[in-house]
Write a protein that binds this ligand. Structure first.
Ligand code: FES
Ligand SMILES: [Fe+2]
Length: 361
């Protein structure tokens, strides 16, 4: 690991692109737009799915003569294949060129693709140091979807780093100070198992609009962190009777900005209690979706309080901690595996390695 140092800019003491799985797009967005283009981990990528629903995440420059393949450059998807706007080469979801309009497809013409994994309608791609293959995986099981509403996603972009945003999962002191939660408690010490980290905690929170208290929440939560791009929170709220999930997905854009996606999902509820009782007039599915949208909104409001801190903070490699800060340094030691030494990464044989070195710098 490079020795991170205290620093004046946002987080330059940390390499900008830690190894791991990072969110690309939702299945819904892929279906809606057909072809997505974005900046991700410092490079331009495109994402689409073929007629069987297999997603592909690829670098968005054609291996033929380098045309840009995003939709605003004329790239399009035809019968599940990505078609280049310059000479019409077509690529399947393995990245291979399988057709051209005027000659046999050259075998050597292939897009640089990233391994993908889909969980609950969200597509993730692996970012490996110098292009190396996945060193670990996201959880094999997708959480049960029957009886749960559709996911709701909201994304914020700001200057930050995924190690800093994920650190809040073990920084319980900030829950009280920044978000005003009461009775914050860690049930057990955090558990680390390879790339997975588990943290259990509980808190109470009065939710207000101005001076008006509209709910009093009593929450227990289990956070499962899998690398710095994927945090999954399962929670139970006792007063309203909510059984819910949150995914907090932190994705570097360009070495300065990150996208933080807040994804929420609720189990369909029979009888919401407390102030949610008027919602009982609605059928169960729309009632749960409405509550989920509201949950996402209030979670997003909480995260905005964090963003105000994250977007201005400096990374402290040697933080001066107090006794009850507990698990911060254990978390940092867990993080070091996502910045492997370059010497331990196998060499990449094609011309990608230059890009990767620059990106992983
Ligand atoms: S540059 Fe893409 S087909 Fe020629
Ligand atoms: Fe927070």
């Amino acid at each position: 690991m490079q020795a991170p140092s205290d620093s004046a800019a946002t987080s330059p003491g940390l390499p900008p692109y830690p190894e791991g799985w990072y969110f690309v797009a939702s299945r819904q967005a892929l279906a809606r737009t057909g072809l997505i283009a974005k900046r991700w981990m410092g490079i331009e990528i495109v994402a689409w799915a073929d007629d069987q629903g297999r997603p592909c995440v690829a670098e968005s420059y054609c291996p033929h003569l380098g045309a840009y393949l995003g939709p605003d450059g004329g790239g399009r998807v035809c019968e599940g294949r990505l078609v280049c706007p310059f000479h019409g080469f077509e690529f399947d979801t393995t990245g291979q060129c399988v057709r051209t309009p005027y000659a046999a497809a050259p075998r050597s013409a292939a897009l640089r693709v990233f391994e993908t994994r889909e969980i609950a309608g969200m597509v993730f791609a692996w970012w490996g140091l110098e292009g190396r293959v996945p060193q670990w995986h996201l959880p094999a099981e997708t959480p049960e979807q029957d009886g749960w509403c559709e996911i709701e996603i909201r994304t914020l972009r700001f200057p930050g780093h995924p190690q800093e945003t994920t650190e809040n999962a073990v920084d319980l002191a900030h829950l009280r100070y920044v978000h005003g939660y009461d009775g914050v408690g860690q049930a057990d010490p955090i558990e680390v198992d390879g790339a997975a980290l588990l943290s259990r905690f509980s808190f109470q929170s009065d939710r207000r609009i101005g001076p008006l208290r509209y709910a009093s929440l009593d929450v227990t939560a289990l956070t499962s962190v899998h690398g710095l791009g994927y945090s999954f929170v399962e929670f139970l709220e006792r007063n309203l009777g909510l059984d819910g999930r949150l995914w907090i997905l932190s994705t570097p854009v360009d070495g300065d900005q990150i996208d933080l996606s807040i994804v929420s999902q609720l189990r369909e509820m029979t009888l919401p209690r407390g102030l949610a009782w008027p919602l009982n007039a609605l059928p169960r599915a729309p009632r749960t979706s409405l509550l989920n949208r509201f949950l996402n909104y209030i979670q997003h409001r909480d995260v905005l309080q964090d963003v105000a801190i994250w977007s201005r903070k400096r990374y402290r490699a040697r933080p001066r901690l107090c006794r009850s800060d507990g698990e911060i340094m254990r978390y940092r030691s867990y993080c070091s595996q996502f910045y492997p030494a370059k010497e331990s990464a196998p060499a990449v044989s094609d011309d990608r390695s230059g890009d990767m070195q620059a990106a992983a710098g």
